[in-house]
Ligand binder design. Structure first.
Ligand code: AHM
Ligand code: MG
Length: 333
């Protein structure tokens, strides 16, 4: 194995391009990588951990928590809280924001994360992941809830780690998107997918078809036209994939293009969709845009939404630019 092209080398070299950089972000990304290696090891042990299945509790969104949702949340919090790089955290699995314990120094960043995205897949041994977003925080003092309510466009860094056949970290600091594969023997993430880009066109969509009767009309029309294939107005056949793990869908889109939709759903009109803005839609939106794709609610660019709640939900349409633009155009009709 080469010791070149590690994640550590890559982020240090990126840091050197910013003369005023303090190195805090580099260290924070390294700490996140450490937490995710630990999560990767934990989830790869499957049933041997004795921790598959439900925890018998619910998170703030009323979703049943898996034991591994809670354990992976603890790994993230315990790895990051003492480092001195953060002034607070937000997790999908914790109702309020997570302050930094008094005994530790406060840093200039905020970390927001979904510790185990797609966790409904964990018991059936399918791909899951960790999604994270880094914002600037109030340097040196405790964060308040309002400090987290920043638009996605202000993210400093975003990424996700995929626990699939291989473990991968996908990262952006606003200078493109790069993918790193974990060398399990050496314990290092290695740059394997530099400058990931999403093709502008695609013939593959991703949506949970079982919800079709609850979708808004624009999404009904878009999917209906895809389904008609060469016999419809699109005049081409489409393929469909639904892993029910956003990390896996976004990785596929980064690799070969596609469009992913979790639209507004009439069952949950008060909830504005299923996915969470601050630690799912915003980081994925930042990554997808940095790779040349688009990310929208259908009516608004996701990264421009002014958040009002750390756990708010949002409809998400992301991926290949020309397809997302088409869905936006149908919304505007
Ligand atoms: P989670 O964070 O509780 O795992 O929920 C988010 C996941 C996404 O990864 C995925 O796109 C979606 O929920 C799947 O939802 P559904 O089961 O409704 O198809
Ligand atoms: Mg999630």
């Amino acid at each position: 194995m080469s010791t070149h092209n590690t994640l550590t080398q890559f982020i240090i070299e990126q840091q050197r391009k910013v003369p005023e950089a303090s190195g805090d972000l580099t260290l924070l990304i390294n700490d996140i990588a450490t937490a995710c290696k630990c999560i990767s090891h934990t989830v790869s042990r499957g049933s041997m951990t004795g921790m598959l299945g439900s925890a018998g509790t619910e998170n703030v969104q009323g979703e049943t928590q898996k034991q591994l949702d809670i354990i992976t949340n603890d790994i993230m919090v315990e790895t990051l809280e003492w480092t001195g790089h953060l002034s607070g955290m937000v997790s999908e699995e914790v109702d309020d924001f997570i302050p930094i314990p008094e005994q530790y120094p406060k840093g200039k960043y905020l970390a927001l994360f979904d510790p185990l995205d797609g966790s409904s897949n964990i018991d059936i041994n399918l791909t899951v992941g960790t999604i994270f977003s880094i914002l600037a925080g109030p340097e040196g003092s405790d964060a308040s809830q309002d400090d987290f309510l920043q638009k996605g466009v202000d993210q400093v860094c975003a990424g996700f780690v995929l626990y699939g056949p291989s473990t991968m970290m996908i990262l952006t600091t606003g200078q493109g998107v790069n993918g790193f594969t974990l060398d399990q023997d050496v314990g290092e993430f290695i740059l394997t997918h530099p400058n990931m880009t999403i093709p502008e066109d695609t013939q593959e969509f991703s949506i949970n078809m079982s919800n079709q009767r609850f979708w808004e009309p624009a999404v009904q029309q878009y999917i209906d036209e895809c389904m008609q294939g060469t016999e419809g107005p699109r005049d081409k056949n489409f393929n469909m994939r639904w892993v029910a793990s956003m990390v896996a869908e976004v990785y596929r889109i980064l690799t070969r293009g596609g469009v992913f939709l979790y639209p507004l759903d009439s069952r949950d009109s008060g909830k504005q969709g299923k996915l969470r803005l601050m630690y799912e839609a915003n980081p994925m939106g930042f990554i997808v845009e940095q790779a040349g794709g688009s990310c929208s609610t259908g009516l608004q660019r996701i990264l421009d939404i002014q958040p009002t709640d750390i756990h708010q939900r949002v409809p998400v349409i992301l991926g290949s630019k020309n397809e997302v633009n088409r869905v936006i155009a149908y919304h505007q009709k």
